[in-house]
Design a protein around this ligand. Structure first.
Ligand code: GLU
Length: 308
């Protein structure tokens, strides 16, 4: 049994010299001004143990990592009917690509690209008020993090909306095909706010544990999604979690993960634990460059892979 605390510390040290590489997201001021030298890691284990390194307690914008939590909630609420609105194939395209939507009749490839996440959020709304649904997502994330201090950065949410022409285009395009069940602005009102949730690595690693433990939060004992659904969420993360870089991440890390343009990555080791990393410099596909290096080394040192 490897010493996991040591594996984490080693992975942190190996990735540390790469800080500052990559490009910090600059489409909104709140992300553009984040210090590119920040780097944190946290490892959550099912017995409640947490190992941390670096800036593990500094909140950052989780951005598209939020899509995983919304997917879990949507599957819980609408079940397999969700797949009428969104597929589960890798896209091989950028996070905000519109090209496939036209040839595939307005059904986005998967719930982790922007179009698919908007469609998933739309199904989660299920006739309810946007504020109620946003609060549901926040409450779920807070409960998983075991920390009511997790919040939505309303500055980020507002900037997302003000610069959201591309996401609005995706939503209107899907609306034209009849994919969305609610007004575009209702779905986007939730989507922009879920992207603006701010969390630390410590909170995020803890929040991902239910996906590592067959849908059951090992610390509260709650069965949050059925085991087969947790497996499928992990499968989608594996194949689609890093947009057109998902194959590379699977090859290097060998674990399901989801990136966000804030520089966070949530990585799930089924049956073992959950790892969150954060460093703002991104590769071309929008995945944290330092974060991916750290995860590659951690997974290798710990001997964690879904391909054993
Ligand atoms: N808020 C970003 C967007 O919708 C999220 C993209 C990401 O984190 O990959 O454009």
């Amino acid at each position: 049994m490897p010493d996991l605390a040591r594996c984490l510390a080693e992975a942190y040290d190996i990735a540390l010299p790469h800080r500052g590489k990559g490009k910090v997201a600059d489409y909104i001021p709140a992300l553009a001004r984040v210090d590119p030298m920040r780097f944190g890691m946290a490892l959550a284990l099912p017995d409640g143990t947490l190992h941390v390194a670096g800036d593990a307690d500094m909140p950052f914008s989780i951005q598209s990592v939020s899509k995983v939590f919304t997917l879990a909630l949507a599957l819980r609420r609408v079940g397999t009917g969700l797949w009428d609105s969104v597929g589960r194939e890798p896209s091989g395209s950028a996070f905000n690509s519109i090209v496939q939507l036209e040839s595939e009749a307005g059904i986005p490839r998967n719930p982790l690209i922007n179009a698919g996440a908007i469609a998933t959020t739309d199904r989660l709304i299920d006739g309810r008020d946007a504020d109620v649904v946003t609060q549901e997502i926040l409450d779920f994330v807070r409960a998983r993090a075991g920390d009511d201090g997790v919040g939505i950065d309303l500055d980020v949410a507002l900037s997302e909306s003000q610069t959201g022409a591309r996401n609005r285009s995706l939503a209107h395009f899907m609306d034209a095909f009849g994919t969305l069940r609610h007004p575009v602005e209702t779905a986007l009102g939730v989507y922009f706010r879920q992207c603006a949730i701010a969390m630390s690595c410590r909170q995020l690693a803890r929040a991902g544990l239910f996906l590592a433990m067959a849908g059951r939060d090992p610390l509260t004992g709650e069965q949050l999604v059925e085991a087969h659904r947790a497996r499928r969420i992990n499968a989608i993360m594996m194949l689609c979690g890093h947009y057109d870089n998902s194959g590379e991440f699977a090859f290097r890390v060998g674990l399901p993960g989801k990136s966000g343009v804030g520089g966070g990555i949530l990585c799930i080791a089924p049956g073992q634990g959950s790892i969150a990393v954060w460093s703002p410099g991104l590769d071309d596909a929008g995945t944290s460059l330092v974060g991916a290096i750290a995860l590659e080394h951690f997974a290798y040192a710990a001997g964690w892979s879904v391909f054993d």
